[in-house]
Design a protein around this ligand. Structure first.
Ligand SMILES: [Zn+2]
Ligand SMILES: [Zn+2]
Length: 430
């Protein structure tokens, strides 16, 4: 480790507010690189680190793999003497050609542009941390990192490619091209980079130690002490300001109109469900015969062909998850109005699953993008995207926005009694 690295974080005692339940806990860092969890809701609070060279190394390798994935063909197939290969940009280009620019932007933004911005930001911030002073824009990028994270879907696209393979393997001879492997590596490294990133730990390294407001103590929520905890950098501060005095992020005691926004987004998502399931997601033209296919028809086709596992994946991602998510968020909103003590563990599990699972619904949209990009064989076989795909993407976006608008601290606010007994100080040693 470098001799001139910042002062060690070990043996520090910090007061940290939990982003999900608002409880302030006393944290003693005995060993860096160990995740510290909230004692009440088990939300991972921070992973202290003196320095981190692995994360930027992973991020820069992922960027190189992404660049290679864009340069070379992704999938190829041969059918009746006709050969065709597709690149990742072909998937977006073909969607745009068929007057679905929204789908094209959605695909290229979630699998290339947003992850690339994220990885470049990670590298920039770590280069900045290694130097004598911070590089321009480092703090702005650190503010944006956690906001970009939910919209990166390279791993979902990699799984969608596997589903597409099962779908088209019966129709043509498929070749996995070089970009298929580099993209899979990139998706994997992106996932590892994201799991290593920790907002509070990063702000600690960028701006130094948290300041502890006078009179703040553990075992009570920030709200009960008339304080607000910054969800991004963990700074406790008096309420009133619209921006965190430490990291400059937007700050609210509780997200304003959280429940109203969630309901509005859920109702919009329910309305979008109607065209998403009524209109075709894909239109296949083979030898002059046109066959539109809705989401449910696609699932039924897999069942008829005996591909039960794939039918189950598509049914779960496209039907169960969006509807389940709408019901779960509706129920959580209703739970914030309940006065009696509810099973908080189950509610937090439901909230976390709902927040995590949403982007996996994009599998079917990515399968359409890959199939459309591959099958452009004129009269022999042409696949076009349908308007159902646009509506379905809207369902995914609105349910994801609804999950992000929901403030989980609201369900804990009804459980004031549960903070009566102070929690013991939390230590990071195993
Ligand atoms: Zn908590
Ligand atoms: Zn802050």
């Amino acid at each position: 480790m470098a001799q001139d690295s910042p002062p060690t974080v070990q043996n520090q005692t910090l007061l940290l507010p939990c982003h999900e339940c608002d409880l302030v806990s006393e944290v003693t860092v005995r060993e860096s690189s160990q995740w510290l969890q909230c004692p009440r809701c088990q939300h991972p609070l921070m992973r202290p680190a003196d320095s981190d060279q692995l994360t930027p190394a992973l991020a820069s390798t992922a960027l190189v793999l992404l660049a290679l994935s864009l340069l070379f063909p992704y999938l190829g197939f041969e059918k009746g003497g006709l050969e065709r290969t597709m690149t990742l940009t072909d998937a977006a280009y073909e969607l745009a050609v068929y007057h679905h620019p929204f789908l094209a932007v959605m695909v290229i933004a979630t699998i290339v542009v947003i992850p690339a911005l994220y990885l470049i930001s990670v590298c920039w911030i770590h280069v900045s941390l290694a130097g004598p002073r911070l590089l321009p824009g480092s703090l702005l990028l650190a503010r944006w990192l956690p906001r970009l994270q939910p919209w990166m879907m390279a791993d979902v696209f990699a799984i969608a490619a596997l589903v597409s393979l099962v779908k088209i393997i019966a129709m043509a001879h498929i070749q996995l091209q070089s970009a298929f492997w580099t993209f899979t590596g990139y998706a994997l490294l992106l996932l590892v980079t994201v799991t290593r990133m920790n907002t509070i730990g990063l702000w600690q390294r960028l701006l130094g130690n948290l300041q502890q407001p006078a009179g703040a103590r553990s075992g009570l929520t920030a709200l009960e002490q008339n304080l607000t905890g910054c969800p991004w950098c963990g700074q406790l501060q008096p309420p009133g300001g619209h921006h965190c005095r430490r990291c400059g992020s937007h700050l609210h005691e509780r997200n304003p109109f959280s429940l109203q926004r969630v309901w509005a987004l859920l109702i919009t998502a329910i309305l979008c469900c109607i065209p998403a399931h009524l209109f075709p997601i894909m239109i296949t033209t083979s030898l002059g015969k046109t066959e539109p296919s809705t989401i449910i028809a696609g699932v039924m086709l897999f069942i008829r062909h005996g591909d039960w596992p794939i039918a189950l994946v598509i049914f779960t991602a496209s039907v169960l998850v969006p509807f389940g998510k709408i019901l779960a968020l509706g129920w959580l909103c209703a739970a914030t109005r309940q006065h009696q003590s509810l099973d908080m563990d189950s509610q937090m599990k439901l909230y976390r699953i709902t927040e995590w699972i949403g982007r996996w619904s994009m599998i079917d949209v990515f399968v359409v993008a890959i199939t459309v990009a591959l099958f452009q064989l004129g009269n022999i076989l042409t696949v076009e995207p349908g308007v159902g795909g646009v509506a379905f993407s809207a369902v995914v976006i609105f349910t994801m926005l609804a999950a992000h608008q929901f403030d989980p601290r609201l369900i804990w606010d009804r459980q004031r009694g549960s903070t009566a007994s102070p929690h013991p100080p939390l230590e990071s040693s195993p």
